[in-house]
Design a protein around this ligand. Structure first.
Ligand SMILES: Nc1ncnc2c1ncn2[C@@H]1O[C@H](COP(=O)(O)OP(=O)(O)O)[C@@H](O)[C@H]1O
Ligand SMILES: [Mg+2]
Length: 264
């Protein structure tokens, strides 16, 4: 991913937000359009949910937002400028992402959290505070060497965590980060609906000044968003808040009602 020779400074604080403008995308070396003419906005400091069925293109959308790829057509704008006008490492430092398949480092628990913000790697107080916010502190304290326990199975002394425990750790990374934009791509799929809901309440409380884009299949979480973006087969088909999309009685309402029926 190239950086421009004379990059624009990343605006802090961001005032206008992020905008997808007629974005179309294919993965390099493939012929299939994965996103087609996608336009929507993420206002600064809003909490936006992306919903859609598996394979719809949700993860691809947030990869473009983090500039892991560039659009083939159209552009993604950050405060009115194409992402390609910014210095890549500065931009990435301002976007914290927790992916579905987040990294599980064969490192200490403290370092696993600290990777959310390299500048905080040696700041145990900050690491513990972030872990507490993400519900990871008690999990870590229960390990044989607490925050110094090496995780993963590569080393003999390594301790492996369950999927849900790893997710709490991965989310601590996001809480530690100074980034203005926080992206959560289903990092809570292994948690039950109640835990996920509680975690997102924490995210909302701690991210008042951040712009948060999250992907979730749980509508109890999704309905809290300021704005919901519905993706179907690479197209954005609906945008609005929960009440507006229920009133519209389209795809979102259908998905919501299907899930609600299962809990009745
Ligand atoms: N690295 C890749 N190379 C080629 N195709 C990919 C790649 N990653 C995802 N895809 C394809 O892009 C489409 C959308 O995937 P994705 O964005 O992961 O959807 P979602 O997150 O909504 O489940 C799928 O058809 C998937 O197979
Ligand atoms: Mg996905």
């Amino acid at each position: 991913m190239p950086s421009p020779e004379k990059p624009a400074p990343v605006p802090v604080p961001m005032t206008r937000g992020i905008a997808f403008r007629n974005v179309s995308f294919k993965y390099p070396g493939t012929d299939k359009w994965i996103l087609r003419d996608v336009s929507f906005e993420v206002p600064a400091r809003s909490k936006v949910a992306i919903v859609g069925e598996n394979g719809a293109g949700k993860t691809t959308l947030v990869k473009l937002l983090a500039r892991l790829y560039d659009p083939v057509e159209g552009e993604v704008r950050f405060d009115g400028r194409d992402l390609r006008e910014y210095d890549l490492s500065e931009l990435r430092g301002d976007v914290a992402v927790v992916f579905q398949d987040f990294f599980r480092y064969d490192l200490s628990a403290a370092d696993n959290v600290g990777f959310g913000e390299v500048r905080a790697l040696d700041d145990r107080d900050r690491i513990e505070a972030a872990a507490k916010q993400a519900g990871a502190h008690d999990i870590i304290e229960a390990l044989p060497n607490g925050y110094d326990t090496v995780l993963g199975r590569t080393f003999d002394e390594g301790v492996d965590l369950s999927g849900g425990e790893w997710q709490h750790l991965a989310i601590s990374r996001a809480f530690l980060s100074d980034a203005q934009i926080l992206i959560l791509d289903e990092p809570t799929a292994a948690l039950d609906a109640f835990r996920e809901h509680r975690l997102y309440e924490q995210v909302a409380e701690l991210s008042m000044n951040k712009t948060v884009v999250f992907i979730s299949h749980r509508f109890s979480t999704v309905r809290m968003a300021d704005l919901i973006v519905v993706v179907e087969g690479g197209h954005v088909t609906e945008v609005g808040d929960h009440d507006a999309l229920i009133a519209r009685d389209g795809k979102y309402a259908k998905m919501f009602n299907t899930q609600a029926a299962r809990y009745r």
